[in-house]
Design a protein around this ligand. Structure first.
Ligand code: HEC
Length: 163
């Protein structure tokens, strides 16, 4: 009887492990798991920098931006970082298709792009003159191919239309 119980326990334990491993699969290359912090607990916070974001935008104009995640932590593996960005209006565009991809309105790194800590992409401003909220999440990875020990950053920007 006791042996049967142990066997049953092992079957359940392995089942759970397999489930956890398979659901994590999407993450070094993919949207739309936007809230990195849900899984990447982080051993500290990473700083996010964004270049090319206008304070006031011109409707329909496309801006080229570079987002970086800054951390002293070195990566000891293939993956050094990742990000996801969402804009409440306008359109985010993957210019660098090797390293970035857009899906469901979220722009994120590709598998190749997770070797980087800096990514360039475009944002086409909306036609209407409305305030736009931009939200960014980023991970500076330690390269151990897990969610442990990575650094996570989050930032938000509000931009207004120009005249
Ligand atoms: C649902 C859980 C989950 C979410 C949410 C998540 N990740 Fe991950 N991430 C994982 C798992 C599991 C791994 C390790 C295995 C893998 O790469 O699939 C991982 C690995 C990574 C790695 C490689 C880490 C290393 O040290 O080698 C990067 C980079 C990464 N994720 C970036 C992100 C970013 C950026 C976000 C948010 C935009 C994010 N992840 C959101 C689960 C998640």
């Amino acid at each position: 009887m006791a042996i049967k119980k142990i066997v049953l326990f092992l079957v359940i334990a392995f089942g759970i492990t397999a489930f956890v491993v398979s659901t994590g699969n999407s993450s070094n290359n993919s949207a739309p798991n936007f809230e990195c912090i849900q899984c990447h607990e982080g051993s500290g916070s990473a700083e996010i920098g964004i270049k090319g974001l206008p304070k006031k935008y011109i409707p329909n104009k496309t801006y080229k931006m570079t987002l970086s995640v800054v951390s002293d932590m070195q990566s000891s593996g293939d993956n050094a970082g990742g990000f996801a960005i969402e804009a409440s209006a306008g359109e985010l565009k993957a210019i660098d298709k090797k390293n970035t991809q857009a899906s469901d309105g979220i722009l994120t790194h590709t598998k190749e792009g997770s070797a980087l800590r800096k990514w360039t992409f475009g944002w086409k401003a909306p036609a209407q003159k409305i305030p736009v909220d931009i939200t960014v999440m980023a991970v500076a990875a330690n390269g151990d191919f897990s969610t442990a020990g990575d650094m996570v950053g989050a930032d938000g920007y509000s931009i207004m239309p120009g005249k």
